[in-house]
Design a protein around this ligand. Structure first.
Ligand SMILES: *Cc1c(COP(=O)(O)O)cnc(C)c1O
Length: 211
């Protein structure tokens, strides 16, 4: 039961940790069930799917985009998206800023940091984040406001490795005095919270398997 899972997870989260219910690939009815028990933060990873769900569902939902964003899909989500977790390149940051300005918005975003040992995960390197934050270039992207960092740990049973990766991101987050640290998924969110996460992105533990 979706309601029970949300309830159970919320009980384990400290008050100041935001729960993003990751509803990608889930039907409208599943999101409505979560909405019915008060969930208002949802995360999606495909622009088209997000735009369709936004059109069909209540307007007080806050939609977060968490997937890899192609520049030609930005305009599908820019009018309404609350937070983009996955700014993973200069080119994307600049393009989102341009589209946000066109839409008359300043959009909150997170910089995605590559903390995992896997090659496949997207994001800036730690050294690139340092350069970016120290360079003053953020001010030139006037359509976006960088409010924090997002990262994904390696998919592994090695708790020490995951902890090390989360701590690396948390250190960077604290150094730059940011607001949002988005880390932790179904498999690793308790550890992420221990390491200082204040926003967890949970899909399968709430909604079950994705099809
Ligand atoms: C799918 C996804 C999640 C949720 O993953 P679960 O393991 O289902 O909790 C979180 N973050 C990102 C970036 C995702 O793509």
């Amino acid at each position: 039961m979706i309601e029970e899972q949300i309830d159970r997870i919320k009980k384990t989260l400290p008050q100041d940790v935001h729960l993003v219910a990751v509803s990608k690939f889930q039907p409208i009815a599943a999101i409505e069930q979560a909405y019915a028990v008060g969930q208002r933060l949802f995360g999606e990873s495909r622009p088209q799917e997000l735009a369709e769900k936004h059109a069909k569902l209540p307007k007080d939902i806050q939609w977060h985009f968490i997937g890899h964003l192609q520049t030609n899909k930005i305009r599908l989500i820019i009018p309404f998206v609350t937070l983009i977790h996955s700014i993973d390149s200069y080119r994307l940051a600049e393009a989102v800023s341009v589209e946000a300005i066109k839409a008359g918005r300043v959009v909150d975003v997170l910089l995605q940091v590559h903390i995992a040992s896997e090659q496949t995960k997207q994001g800036f390197g730690v050294d690139e984040i340092e350069k970016l934050m120290d360079s003053g270039i953020l001010k030139e992207w006037s359509g976006i406001r960088v409010v924090g960092l997002m990262g994904m740990a390696t998919y592994t049973d090695d708790r020490t490795l995951i902890e090390h990766e989360f701590n690396t991101l948390a250190l960077l987050f604290r150094r730059y005095n940011l607001l949002i640290l988005s880390m932790g998924m179904s498999e690793d969110y308790p550890l992420a919270v221990e390491c200082g996460s204040n926003m967890v992105r949970i899909g399968s533990s709430i909604f079950g398997q994705r099809y």
